[in-house]
Design a protein around this ligand. Sequence first.
Ligand SMILES: Cc1cc2nc3c(=O)[nH]c(=O)nc-3n(C[C@H](O)[C@H](O)[C@H](O)COP(=O)(O)OP(=O)(O)OC[C@H]3O[C@@H](n4cnc5c(N)ncnc54)[C@H](O)[C@@H]3O)c2cc1C
Length: 286
Amino acid sequence: MRAELEKIVGAPALDERPVRDHWPLGIMDERAGNAPPRVLVARPSGREQVAAILRWANANGVRVTPMGGGSGVCGALSPETGELVLDMGAFDRILDVDQTNLTCRCESGVNGLILEKHLNELGLTLGHFPSSLPGTTLGGLIATRSSGQESSRYGNVEDMVLSLAVVLPDGTFAAPRPGPRSAVGPALHQLWLGSEGTLGVILGAVLRVHRLPESVIGRGFAFADLAVQHAQHLVVGQFACLLAGDLLDAHRRQRHPEHTGGAGVPRLHRRGQVGPQPCLQFRHVW
Ligand SMILES: Cc1cc2nc3c(=O)[nH]c(=O)nc-3n(C[C@H](O)[C@H](O)[C@H](O)COP(=O)(O)OP(=O)(O)OC[C@H]3O[C@@H](n4cnc5c(N)ncnc54)[C@H](O)[C@@H]3O)c2cc1C
């Protein structure tokens, strides 16, 4: 297998190592002494290489798992001996940002935080903030149908992806819905959102981006107990542009004081509300 893949990607783009994501059971298994097997990892650097690998794997019955940042928590990255992993890290280019139409075209191996910082420098944001953002890639974010902390305002990843470039398992290239919108049939690119690498390898995407808000306002509301669902609904309805709302119990407030402080979020104790009571914290844009 190694010799065949060397012909496609070259020896420096191949290595052998154990591959696992952050699936809790996988971590516990490893701690119990069951180390994951070493598998071959190929790092393709172009569309043709990805297509050639998949054609070869298809013809030889080798199972392939695409890998982004490896931050997944569901055990999708758990290849067995004899399987192949595709490390998409070389697909790391942000190709263009259209500041008029508010779109961004980039490759699937781009790190989530690097993409967000790049957009911020242009006064823009993707608005996608899963807690694991620094450890993710765009391909992984799409393939897991991920959701971020500001989804109330910007939606989930399926609301951000306008079109995709993918290589299908038989090595065919496809660009479902190349334009921002089409009235012809269903939006087929949605098939890959949440596909977890089973329907092919995502090479890149066009994303909807947003202008950064001029200001972000944080507010906190303290409650006597945790029976606040009703209050939460009432308060959420007050904010037209809600970014995020967190229900913090006393334990979380004490362990993570930054959750009741931090950028744009007023600390509750400054308002004389320090105490063990739970609270609702909101951030919204103006
Ligand atoms: C501490 C922590 C916090 C987290 N918080 C959140 C959160 O708030 N919201 C959330 O949604 N998730 C969260 N996650 C889960 C995880 O970060 C996301 O699922 C993330 O989208 C995975 O991206 P990745 O690049 O690391 O993908 P990987 O873990 O590398 O892969 C995940 C899946 O995507 C597939 N894949 C990766 N790249 C490609 C590609 N180019 N083409 C096709 N398939 C591909 C893989 O085969 C696999 O099935 C969290 C994880 C951790 C560890």
